[in-house]
Design a protein around this ligand. Sequence first.
Ligand code: IPE
Ligand code: IPE
Ligand code: MG
Length: 245
Amino acid sequence: MNFLEQIDLSNTPKHIAIIMDGNGRWAKKQGQERLVGHSFGVDSVRATVRAGKNLGAKYLTMYAFSTENWNRPQDEIEGLMNLLVRTIAGEVDELNATGVRLHSIGDTDGLPLDCQEELIHAIEATKHNTTINLIIALNYSSRWEITNAVKQMALDVQAGKLDPEAINDELISSKLNTAAFPDPELLIRTSGEHRLSNFLLWQCAYTEFYFTPVLWPDFREDDLYKAVLDYQSRERRFGMVSEQL
Ligand code: IPE
Ligand code: IPE
Ligand code: MG
């Protein structure tokens, strides 16, 4: 039996977040430049979106570039930005043909202008699609996002528009870039690293984590199905005891 057939489709995560890691190591293993790994990683994104749709997932959030990634060598950053621009521009028709709505979270203003333009265009061009939401985290950092939310609330309090007593979980969530999306039930990180690297710190309060040694360019449909199977074997207790569930 294949992996997809083993999955209980009535209990799949609606929102899956993925830290796509290991492109550089994958390239090195092939004796190639790091950028080759990033290029091949695009096929993994396509495969993941297909698999996500098969699972009935409604949101896929994929970490593509962190604010800390600006500290990488300049040629890798430029290559990555070029790849992003080309990929986003080249993929719009396919996204529309398959019902994928694109969103982005992160500091878009800090991206190169051509990247911003392609991104804005693709988001606009896919806004009527309803099958699945593909949320790209670009120039994203969770602490940056939370800091912005705190500043915004502080300004509202200062202006007399917000009562500090009204600040709660829900209000804070509504100030984040992810306000329109539910929290992820499942987070996957590839390449054998076991950390969040500043990704969705607030949103992952009760998320199930799945770590796989698979390097991102090797990640395919079955790898997503395996992660979901593992997720389904777990008991999500949200602070309660088994008997209460
Ligand atoms: C993930 O792969 C992609 C980005 C962070 C942009 P890496 O480039 O981090 O690959 P490794 O971790 O060095 O192998
Ligand atoms: C996290 O991967 C960011 C993305 C996948 C875009 P990194 O490779 O940058 O993370 P660290 O540096 O190993 O924590
Ligand atoms: Mg990495």
